[in-house]
Design a protein around this ligand. Structure first.
Ligand SMILES: Cc1ncc(COP(=O)(O)O)c(C=O)c1O
Length: 404
């Protein structure tokens, strides 16, 4: 059976984890701080705070900006639930908008959805392909859009416009106009969940890149304290001799990353460019070459002059089929011992959001993308022979189900 997304596990990762386990410090400490510095250098943002998950990072960023009751946050209908769920967690309303043919949020749809209540937009780099950030950043900075903005908190007054909070759960390592995700918007959140290109089993990071007059380093320090219950000293500092007394200065959260996670992350990040992304791109190229022979195969864009993907997952669409046929094709692929997936079931189709009144016909491109989509596996240990086997299974399954 070819599995869908096993993590890359080798001696380097195991040694890094074991070393941490025996180091005398396993929760947030020197390794997490070092990983943060590495991430800052990698993404080119101003500062980076590691957190317990991408979901925690998104919620934390919205809470920092003071998003709450009565506010609206614009989110693509086509994403994983984490992007949207954090919005009602903060007490605000999700405003879903449709996506484009490239699976990413439509800038036109964003513009139509902006109201005086809009506090943030969360674009998602689906499958690792960056959104149209120049257009999104230009839109929130447009004079008429800035005039609509109704700031309430100090942070909102200081920014003076809608916050662009980019969900880069899939796209660490991707490029956009010569810059990496992390430094493309005000705040970017990475996920290091087990299936992501860089993993710490669970984990995430908040990349701070707010414009002046914000002091990103000061915000980092503030979020760092907030990520540990608002405690003035972290556990490591408290263990230093005579340094036991601490204060709780505000109502914080428990969002910190452990040094065990950071140890994994550092190994992964160090070899991302020269090793992991190279192999992932080879897999993408091999799928593309093999499947371009079939007119029914709609292949994803993953490189343009301005954008380069992080090659997270390969989103194949089959031309001319409906949702039932897609499901049947997937059953046939599984029968051939190949695991595939669907990224994603659009959120307005999910019970929670359906019950909240969202309707799928309002997001026709999201539905069309979803109904014909089959996600093919991409990971470091997927060999050329395995890629060929996946292709064979897909071709046979499509030919079995669709009368070509
Ligand atoms: C698009 C997207 N956003 C956010 C997340 C949340 O990340 P995490 O699982 O680290 O909370 C995920 C991960 O599954 C995701 O796919």
């Amino acid at each position: 059976m070819i599995s869908f997304s096993p993590p890359r596990m080798d001696k380097k990762i195991v040694d890094a984890v074991v070393d941490t386990l025996y180091s005398g410090w396993i929760t947030t400490g020197p390794k997490t701080k070092k990983f943060e510095k590495m991430l800052t250098a990698y993404g080119g943002q101003q500062a980076t705070l590691c957190v317990s998950s991408g979901s925690a990072g998104l919620e934390f960023a919205l809470r920092w900006f003071g998003v709450g009751e009565g506010d609206e946050v614009i989110v693509p209908a086509y994403t994983y639930c984490a992007t949207a769920n954090v919005v009602p967690h903060c007490g605000a309303k999700v405003i879903f908008v449709d996506v484009g043919e490239d699976f990413n949020i439509s800038v036109e749809a964003i513009e139509k959805a902006i109201t005086p209540r809009t506090k943030a937009i969360i674009p998602v780099d689906i499958a690792g392909f960056p959104c149209d950030y120049n257009e999104i950043n230009a839109l929130v900075n447009r004079e008429d859009i800035r005039k609509k903005f109704m700031p309430e908190t100090n942070e909102q007054k200081e920014l003076g416009r809608i916050l662009v909070l980019s969900d880069a759960a899939h796209s660490i390592g991707a490029w956009y106009h010569g810059k990496r995700t992390g430094s493309l918007t005000d705040i970017t959140v990475y996920s290091f969940h087990a299936v992501k290109t860089i993993t710490t089993a669970e984990g995430g990071a908040i990349c701070l890149n707010l414009p002046s007059p914000f002091d990103n380093e000061a915000i980092y320090q503030d979020l760092n304290i907030k990520s540990l219950h608002g405690q003035t000293k972290d556990a490591l500092t408290k263990t230093q001799i005579g340094n036991w007394r601490y204060d709780i200065v505000e109502l914080g959260y428990k969002f910190n990353m452990t040094d065990i996670q950071a140890a994994m992350g550092m190994v992964e990040l160090e070899r991302n460019d020269n090793d992991m992304l190279v192999r992932r791109k080879e897999v993408f190229d091999r799928y593309t070459t093999a499947l371009s022979a079939y007119p029914w195969a709609q292949l994803p864009t993953y490189e343009t002059p301005e954008k380069q993907s992080s090659y997270h997952v390969f989103l194949l669409r089959i031309n001319g089929i409906n949702e039932e046929q897609r499901d049947e094709i997937i059953r046939e692929i599984f029968k051939r011992d190949v695991a595939v997936n669907v990224h994603f079931v659009p959120l307005p189709m999910m019970t929670y959001y359906k019950d909240a009144g969202y309707r799928m016909p309002d997001y026709p491109i999201s539905y069309d993308n979803y109904s014909r989509e089959i996600t093919l596996p991409v990971y470091y240990d997927l060999t050329d022979e395995m890629v060929d086997e996946v292709v064979r299974a897909v071709v046979e399954a499509v030919e079995e189900v669709v009368n070509l």
